[in-house]
Structure formats: C-alpha cells, structure tokens
Ligand binder design. Structure first.
Ligand SMILES: [Zn+2]
Length: 480
C-alpha cells in the first residue's frame, strides 16, 4: 500500500527516491564492471615531458675500431647499425617525430661525443642499441639498462617495460630492466652516465645474446635484425604516443597505459642486487623405476631480487646443464616459484651426485648441497618395460625439442651436456605442465574471489538502498 502511495504521489515527492535508486543502480553497475573488467589498474601516464615534435636519437652501439661483441662472422657494431637504420626508416612513417643517429658511418665515437650530439639536438630520448654476449656464453634473453637516478630511472623503467613487452612478441626470454652503479656511485655505463649529466634521458637495449644457441634464431640473419628494428620503432612509437597516417596506426592513447612509476624514486623492479641468492635446497621426492624418473623438490629464494635461471649437475659438479628458466620467473613483476619439482631421467645402476644452482636476475648464484645416491638407482623387481609408455615419452620429448631455439652449439662443453638434453627437455615439459596447472588453479581461485566480492558488494548496496528508502519515508512522514 505504501509503495502504491509512493508511485501515485506527486512528481516532486517521487524524485528523491527515484534519484537514490538511480544512483545506487549506477554505482552497482560501475563497481561490478570494474571488478569484472578492471581497466588498466596500474596504468599511468608517461612521466617524461616531451617536445613537439618528438626528438629521438638512436645510438648504434660501438663503431670504428670498437667492434662490440662478435659471433662467427658477425660484428656487433654492424648489427647495431643495421637495426638503427631500420628504426629510423620505420619511424619516418610516423607524424610529428624527428629521428637522428649519433653516427651513420663506421667511426670511433666516445660516450661524451654521443651525449653531446643528443644534447645538441635537444633529444627526448637517446636509445643505445646493442646485441649481447656473455663471458661463458651461457646467458640468453633480452634486457634493458636504465639510469640509477630519478627521474631518469622512472623514465627508463616506463620505456623499457614497453620495449620488453614488445620484444616478448618474438618469444624471446626477458631478463629484465637493470641498473648498475660505478664505484663512485654514478651510472656504470658511459652512455647512460654522460647523457644524464647533460640532462638527456638515456636507455640501453640489449636485444639478445648472439653467442648463445638459445638466442641464435633471434639474431643470426638479416631478417632478424630488421624485425628487431621494427619492434624497437613500435616500442618508441607506443612510448611517445605517435601516430602514422601512412601505416594507419595510432598509439596516441598508448602513452597513457604505461607502467606506474615514481619519478622521485628508484623503481623497485630496477633495483640492483649484488648479493647471492639466499638459499637453494634440494630434497629427494620420489623415484619412478618404470619411467626411470627421479623427482627432486627444489626450493630457492632471493630476498632482494627474483630467481631467474637454474642449472644442475649429475656428476658432482664436473659438468652442468645449460641454464634453464626458473619456474614462475617473470622479469617484469619480479615473481618466481619458491619451489618446484625437478624430474631427472636415470639409467639402471646410476649413482648420481646432484647439485642445483639458483641464479638471480643479476646472474648471481647460490648452489645447493650435494644430494648423493650411494646405492645404485635400479628397479627393485625387474620387469618388462611397457611399450606404450616409451612411445608417450618419445612424443613428449618431441614436442619440447621442436622449438627452433633448442639447438646446441658445437663446443665440447655443450656436447657433453647433450646426453642430458633429452631428459632436461622432458623435465622442462613436466615443469611447464605443473606451472600451467597451478596457473589454472590460481585463476579459478581468483574467479571465486571476484564472485564473492560481487555478492558481498550487492548485499551491502541493497542494504544501503533499503536504509536510504526507509530514511526518506521517515522524513516524509515527519514532514506530514
Ligand atoms: Zn654492445
């Protein structure tokens, strides 16, 4: 009856209730859609203020008598130059930007000269373009180096985050966004140091390791260097929010979806870690004599930076496998699994002495103690091996080794490891399976959590609505 009176009442009396209802419904709608489809929850604007038009200086690493690193017939300086020329060509199709190279000929040029050039054209960014290599040829993946100093650290973090995400489209492993101090506290890398001193924002990009078999397919031919140039250009266009009428692409809103960063601080995911990982432990979990698989549980932690790679030995440390990616490692949000199962193949009669080494994002490592098997590993009661099982196993190995990245260099050290390659492939596959499963589990947990929060919110909203209506009615009655 009372409801009827409300509905039939004069318009000015109905309005407030209608308004409360409308606002409540809208609020519920907005909040539910935010829960279901969160929009760029940690998105931020580009912190760097840019000139109009944008001035981009590309710095081909090395040149002249400085070849950079080398692999086979390739000199890094040629790859760097090739890539820079492609970036410039690609960006020439974008509106409102001017692109320079610090040098276009194969000449010697020191860091001061490069930085002087960038400062002389009022560069918005100096992008130093490189290809990488490591002393022991054991590292692989793409990484970026940025300044230690605010606000350049935040600018670098925002750009490198975009660049690495763009680089990831190729499938390359990401090694993160890094900083390195010199003994005097300034930036270690001359190109970063000299530019910062002139007020120019510098970033170093290292595409991939030209001396590592895992990265070879990303940088061993001209098409790869061209591909990198195009991706670098896209990353720059996204960062600066450029648009190209010629290409029909518009990144003008992209620059407002950058990673959140604090211009007054050093970003947590760029923090230097000069200490070894805190621990790496291994324990025997199970032995499958039918499949000839020994399962260990590996537990590791680094309280300063994430664990990135691991490797292991079966012969007490004489030879190690190639470095494998630590399960759950993510270079952009610094996560990694605190423990995982490592499956190792064995032959009857093996007496392995196993050590696992954990590496952090700055390539510092800690090794586990030795896990030894004094009694030879063999099936207690021998029986025939089921044929079907062997077949499935072969199939599994096939799927993991079909990747073109999984080729081995012909140096003796790696050839020795090749015997372990098959089982390593398999154990990687097993790890991946587990990872996928746990990923799905946590996804399901997240969905339940979201569902519960929606229900909770709806209950609260309905209570508020009822209370508001009751209050209004009370006031109305009082007025009468
Ligand atoms: Zn270089």
């Amino acid at each position: 009856m009372k409801i009827k009176r409300f509905i039939n009442g004069p318009v000015f009396e109905r309005k407030p209730v209608f308004f409360i209802k409308l606002v409540s419904v809208l609020m519920i709608f907005v909040i539910i859609s935010e829960i279901l489809f969160p929009v760029h929850s940690n998105a931020a604007e580009r912190l760097l203020q840019i000139s109009d038009p944008v001035v981009i200086v590309l710095d081909p690493g090395h040149g002249g008598s400085d070849n950079g690193t080398m692999s086979g017939t390739y000199l890094e300086k040629h790859l760097d130059m090739y890539t820079c020329v492609v970036i410039k060509q690609y960006l020439s199709q974008f509106d409102n930007c001017v692109v320079y190279l610090t040098h276009e000929a194969d000449v010697d040029m020191n860091f001061k000269q490069r930085a002087d050039f960038a400062a002389s054209v009022n560069a918005d960014i100096l992008l130093s373009v490189h290809y990488n290599a490591s002393v022991d040829h054991d590292l692989y993946g793409a990484e970026s180096w940025v300044s230690l100093f605010p606000p350049y650290n935040a600018y670098g973090y925002q750009f490198a985050d975009i660049w690495l995400k763009t680089a990831a489209e190729t499938g390359i492993f990401l090694r993160g966004i890094k900083t390195k101090p010199k003994s005097d506290g300034r930036d270690y890398y001359g190109i970063i140091r000299e530019n910062v001193e002139r007020g120019v924002f510098p970033v170093i990009i290292e595409h991939c390791h030209i001396d590592n078999a895992k990265d070879a397919s990303y940088c061993d031919e001209e098409a790869d260097w061209r591909k990198w140039g195009e991706l670098d250009a896209q990353a720059l266009a996204k960062y600066f929010g450029l648009r190209s009428t010629a290409l029909g692409v518009d990144y003008s809103s992209f620059a407002y979806q950058l990673a959140d960063a604090d211009p007054a601080a050093i970003q947590p995911f760029t923090k230097r870690d000069d200490s070894d990982p805190d621990f790496c432990n291994i324990t025997h979990k199970s032995t499958d004599y039918d499949q000839h698989i020994l399962t260990l549980t590996v537990t590791g932690a680094d309280y300063d930076s994430p664990l990135m790679y691991y490797d292991y030995t079966l012969d007490g440390g004489m030879t190690y496998t190639e470095r494998k990616i630590w399960p759950g490692f993510n270079a952009l949000n610094w996560t990694y699994d605190e423990s995982f199962d490592l499956n190792l193949e064995f032959n009857d009669g093996d007496k392995p002495d196993i050590i696992v080494r954990a590496y952090n994002i700055y390539d510092r490592r800690t090794e586990s103690s030795v896990l030894s098997f004094d009694t030879p590993l063999s099936r207690p009661v021998p029986g025939p091996q089921p044929v079907e099982d062997t077949k499935t196993e072969e199939n599994i190995t096939d799927t993991t080794t079909e990747s073109p990245k999984e080729t081995h260099a012909e140096n003796t050290e790696i050839t020795k490891d090749e015997t372990i390659g098959g089982e390593a492939g398999l154990s990687e596959f097993m790890d991946d399976l587990k990872k996928e499963k746990s990923g799905k589990e946590s996804e399901a947990a997240l969905e339940i959590k979201q569902f519960l929060s929606i229900i909770l919110f709806m209950l609260v909203s309905i209570s508020v609505l009822i209370a508001a209506i009751a209050l209004f009615r009370k006031n109305r009655r009082r007025r009468r």
